[in-house]
Design a binder for this molecule. Sequence first.
Ligand SMILES: Cc1cc2nc3c(=O)[nH]c(=O)nc-3n(C[C@H](O)[C@H](O)[C@H](O)COP(=O)(O)OP(=O)(O)OC[C@H]3O[C@@H](n4cnc5c(N)ncnc54)[C@H](O)[C@@H]3O)c2cc1C
Length: 459
Amino acid sequence: MNYGHITLPSISIPVAREVDVLVIGGGASGIAAAIAAAKGGAQTMLVEQRGFLGGMGTVSLVPAFCPFTDKRKPIIRGLGLQLMERMKQACDPEYREEYREVLDWVPIDPEVLKRVYDDAVLESGVTPLYHTFVYDVVLSEDRRSAQGVVVVNKTGRSFIPCRYIIDCSGDGDIAALAGVPFQKGGEAGELQPGSMCYLLANVDRPKFRRFLEESGDTGQLHKTVELAIANGALPEGRKSISGLAWISDYLVGVNFGHVFGVDGTLAEDLTRGAIEGRRTAERQLQFFRSYVPGFEHAHMVASGEQLGIRETRRIEGDYILTVDDFLAARSFPDDIARNAYYIDIHLANSKSEMTFTHLPPGVSHGVPYRIMLPVGIDNLWVAGRCVSSDRAVQGSLRVMPNCFSMGQAAGTAAALALRDGVGSRGISVAELQQRLLEQDVWLGEDFIPSEEQKEGNAP
Ligand SMILES: Cc1cc2nc3c(=O)[nH]c(=O)nc-3n(C[C@H](O)[C@H](O)[C@H](O)COP(=O)(O)OP(=O)(O)OC[C@H]3O[C@@H](n4cnc5c(N)ncnc54)[C@H](O)[C@@H]3O)c2cc1C
């Protein structure tokens, strides 16, 4: 929808107080980035367009945290693991009991998680600014650094100046506005589909379990979904449910089915996706009630405020992490995290196949610092699902545990850059790694601290 352009009269807008580190986007990556930057001593503001934190995990009701382990041991530790454990502690006693020892596929109670995130950012000294959308970035004359962002909210428009920016918008909005090159989707521009996740109350888990035992169907309901598709009760498409996440015996989070052809960087597409997603969810509710014992009286208490978006931009950074790095379980001198989650690319249309590529249990690859450094800009990091990788690796790196790790590293790096008065590429990576180790981040069994780190006097 573009019928030409108009030129607006130049306007002057109020300037807010300068902050050291501005984090844009309050999903898993932004929460971790902001907390890490604030704990590192930087005055930090976290700007989020919604009235709460959590990104896909709360906005779009993604029902569970992907694994924090490599099937042998926890490999995502640090802030992400602490926040998930904190959510468990804030949940009901039955929930705590059931998931006490679980680190993989832990169900999300979205209302609990929102409050946990609020508390965690406030305790760390971050200034949150919700209900605020960033729509422009102001660059220096040489276009090598960002001077701040232009936001709009109920108060009006304003400019927030800052020393450093961490783009955790999931879509790389700030990097794209700053003119950093990016790729979007596959060769033909195809994108992974979105999904409208939702919460069903008034379900009966013991009855559902008995049904699985008696019918021999899987937890993803392969047989039942195929039958419903054959009967025309569900449309053609994925022949199983992606996930049921049981928050209690009577409340379950559902991730099921796809909405195709939605580009999450276009408002028109998001609008269509929301409407189609809600229609799909309603049809699925009828399927559950009619086909799945234990769901006869299911009641949909909430669907995602936005269609869940799996992929949009991949911002070009100093290094592009590739599928070859993933398969070779490669480590890098500037690793800031490890990843073992499988490549999980969902079909681009109802006829195409899904791609899954697993690393063997106990194996992970390194996540280098350079994939968070957008080319050409000195005071900007990108963390989260839009970091610099090829499409296959994005299908793995994009999940919440990894977003926490990357955010924590970016925030820690920003605080170091502030202290030393340098850009994102001017910090000591050895010191960054040392700081992350001190924050309980795991960098791999083969990680060899540099001489500086061993002596405890990294510059
Ligand atoms: C259907 C679906 C199922 C998934 N299943 C799982 C799963 O089971 N487990 C798992 O761990 N991961 C899963 N994922 C992946 C995971 O949820 C996301 O990739 C991850 O949350 C991305 O985190 P992020 O911080 O990069 O971005 P997001 O979570 O998208 O957060 C970005 C935040 O930035 C805000 N924002 C964006 N632009 C602006 C702007 N211009 N101004 C202000 N604010 C802005 C948004 O409102 C949002 O809160 C799933 C994803 C989808 C879509």
